[in-house]
Design a protein around this ligand. Sequence first.
Ligand code: ATP
Length: 474
Amino acid sequence: MYKFNHINQIDKFFNTIPSSLFNKLPLPINFVDSECRVIVMNEAFLDYLETPLTEVVGKHLAEIDNTTRLPIVLKSGIPEIGQKHVFQNGKESIVDRIPIFDGDEIIGAAGIIVLDDIESLNNAKTIRNSIINSIKTTSHSNIKSTSSNFKAKYTFDDIITQSSLIKHFKSRAHSFAATNLPVLITGESGVGKELFAHAIHNNSNRVSSSFVSINCAAIPETLLESELFGYEAGSFTGANKSGKLGKFELAQGGTIFLDEIGDLPLNMQSKLLRVLQENQIEKIGSSKSIDIDVRIIAATNYDLLKKVEEKKFRADLYYRLNVLNLNIPSLRERPEDIPLLIEHFRSSFHQKNGIYKKFSKEVISTLSNYNWPGNVRELKNIVYRLMVIATGDEVTKASIPINILENSYKSMANSYSSSELLSEKGSLNNILKEIELKIIEDTLNICDNNKSKAAELLGIKRMTLYRKLKNREA
Ligand SMILES: Nc1ncnc2c1ncn2[C@@H]1O[C@H](COP(=O)(O)OP(=O)(O)OP(=O)(O)O)[C@@H](O)[C@H]1O
């Protein structure tokens, strides 16, 4: 993964490559910022899209290619390598989508067309070569030297919460850890499913064996089988001489975490089902079965039952995986965790980076009213971002991104209780005026009394805002 330590490094990176070289690079490549707006796109990419540079720079990538997945990569932080992509103009290619980090924060992403002639992929030789090239990067010896990576990092103590809902799921997961049964963890993206998987393994009697994760959505379909089950030495030309261990063998005696299981292609679902039924795997190029003793934990943010109904997920596999279930609630459903998590991420950022910032009560209240579609991951990123961009040693509302302010303000407005107002204020007219005034006051509060900004946020003219405030005083 490409990692930049400072935002400036991106600029430096571009300064070190003359634009003429970048433009003439025969590999189509483009860079977007954290909002998915195009920063730069080279000639090869522009030619592929048949569009001039002036039509793309500064635009959201989805305006140019409405099938782009870079917004998803910007959100997940997970690179997508060697994926088939059908562009808005109908062209098909194989692409890499790579998030760019500044510390823990995603500050942009790159899209690279690695193969623009999809037809050639149908040629078996090309498929084989692409498999071999990818496999070579994780050769057998490589895997051995990194086996210390197959450890679960988190324990139940790392799951920070004061919500009775999450406490309930923690205690459930505790009891699941004592068994060898499969666990299916569901919930929206960023709620902490992976954290729970780690904690279950670390609390089980498999703790001294490997914890091996595989993201079923990030591995191209053509590679999944060799990733999961490995291949025998000399099973195809160019394959690694010593063969390759699959994830199941690497997890022998331990736990395998099948993340994004909802994205597993149907043919691989059948193969996985056989493994679960027989507790045996067969490597590619071998007719010998190998016994395996691996505990399965799977996670998904899809509604798998719906996928079963739509015949996109095998019902028999679903029931095999869903023996024990944890459905982790979104952050919206446990707002009491928000201040606690803000403090947790604030202090861990301080410890790691030596940057100290206080969060004002107003900021905590504004963040508590936001609906957090990206859940705890989004909250963590925002806390880190605020700590970096806020000037002085207190984070104030001025640093909060406008979309969060708007959303937070809307949910505050929704929380006004009409029954309370009815009993206090009588006529509908009075009630409406009262609500309007409350909204204006809250908005002014959010905007540090900046009337122009408040008017903009409310979608009214500044003069209208002044008039309404004047009426209040009258
Ligand atoms: N309760 C929590 N306490 C502390 N950190 C948390 C908590 N929940 C989530 N996180 C952090 O939020 C981030 C996202 O969590 P995680 O990767 O476990 O989510 P996920 O549900 O598996 O997401 P996805 O479905 O996108 O893979 C991680 O950095 C994780 O450490």
